[in-house]
Design a protein around this ligand. Structure first.
Ligand code: GLU
Length: 309
């Protein structure tokens, strides 16, 4: 098998030479100014090694990758009750689509489209003020990444709030159906701030270890969630983690992954690695162009597909 460090280095070199990089998300003004010429990759393995290349230590806005962590927390808080308010099916629609919500009586298809993540944020507010919910999200991410330096970028949160008309519409719609139980501004406050968490590829790959290693930070190490929960979250990442590009990502990469419009992707090769890639240019579905390509190359070189025997 190819040597991981060599493969990671080669991928970073190849990605930095690529001209076709997609477009930086512009609907959140604060993200529109992120230089497109960046690429980072970090891979953590069961023996505790962390392999970095390119801009792996540069923090970026994790955006929708935060939905993996809030889903983990909400399941910890209210367990399977969550599935009464949000589904588990791929949407086949853009991340901010409102059309499907009407057909499905305000119940979002899955926790990774915006409506679903907003419903998860609402669940996290049961018995908690927005500040407490945000505190628990940050504490959890700092714990799983082993890095107290992870923080929220207030400017990005404000920028998203100022232009978040579609997310506000989704939230109001769900509130009208009784799917949201808390004030819309509280729920969106949590949602916009979770999306505004800044992390580097290194921090993100470390944070994803519990999903790669059966609910533990390392094989046989401290348990974060049950093995079953880690497996189920990974299943949702595979089927729903890239919006209406999820099928294409499974086809090309074959690993559970979650993208964000900041250009990051967290992917896991169960039992083998937690991987984070970042490049701010996106495709038309809102997924990182070079991030997806890098994961495709990595999975192929290491034979890490969940569909490989
Ligand atoms: N904060 C973004 C939004 O709500 C998240 C979308 C994404 O990262 O895919 O539009």
């Amino acid at each position: 098998m190819a040597h991981l460090e060599t493969v990671v280095g080669e991928i970073a070199a190849e990605m930095s030479a690529r001209a076709e990089r997609g477009t930086v998300a512009s609907y959140i003004p604060k993200l529109a100014g992120v230089p497109i010429d960046q690429f980072g990759i970090a891979v953590t393995t069961p023996d505790g090694a962390v392999i970095l290349a390119g801009d792996a230590t540069v923090p970026f806005s994790i955006q929708s990758i935060s939905k993996v962590f809030t889903l983990t927390l909400a399941l910890g808080q209210i367990g399977d009750e969550l599935w009464k308010r949000v589904g588990k099916e791929p949407s086949g629609n853009p991340f901010n689509s409102i059309v499907q919500l009407e057909h499905e009586h305000g119940i979002p298809r899955n926790p990774f489209i915006n409506a679903g993540a907003i419903a998860v944020a609402d669940a996290m507010l049961s018995g908690h003020q927005p500040r407490e919910a945000l505190g628990s999200i940050l504490r959890f991410i700092r714990f799983v990444s082993g890095d107290e330096g992870v923080s929220m970028d207030e400017d990005v949160a404000r920028s998203e709030k100022e232009t978040g008309f579609l997310n506000t519409a989704l939230a109001n719609y769900m509130r009208a159906f009784g799917v949201l139980q808390h004030p819309v501004d509280h729920v969106l406050g949590v949602y916009f701030h979770q999306c505004a968490i800044a992390m580097s590829c290194e921090q993100l790959a470390l944070a994803g270890r519990y999903l790669a290693f059966s609910g533990r930070l390392s094989p046989g190490g401290p348990s974060v969630v049950s093995e079953e929960r880690a497996r189920r979250i990974a299943a949702l990442m595979l089927t729903c983690g890239h919006y209406d590009g999820s099928g294409d990502f499974a086809f090309r990469v074959g690993l559970p992954g979650k993208s964000g419009v900041g250009g990051g992707i967290l992917a896991i090769a169960p039992g083998k690695a937690s991987i984070a890639v970042w490049s701010p240019g996106l495709d038309r579905h809102g997924n990182s162009v070079l991030g997806s390509l890098a994961l495709e190359h990595l999975a192929k070189a290491m034979r890490w597909s969940v569909f490989a025997g």
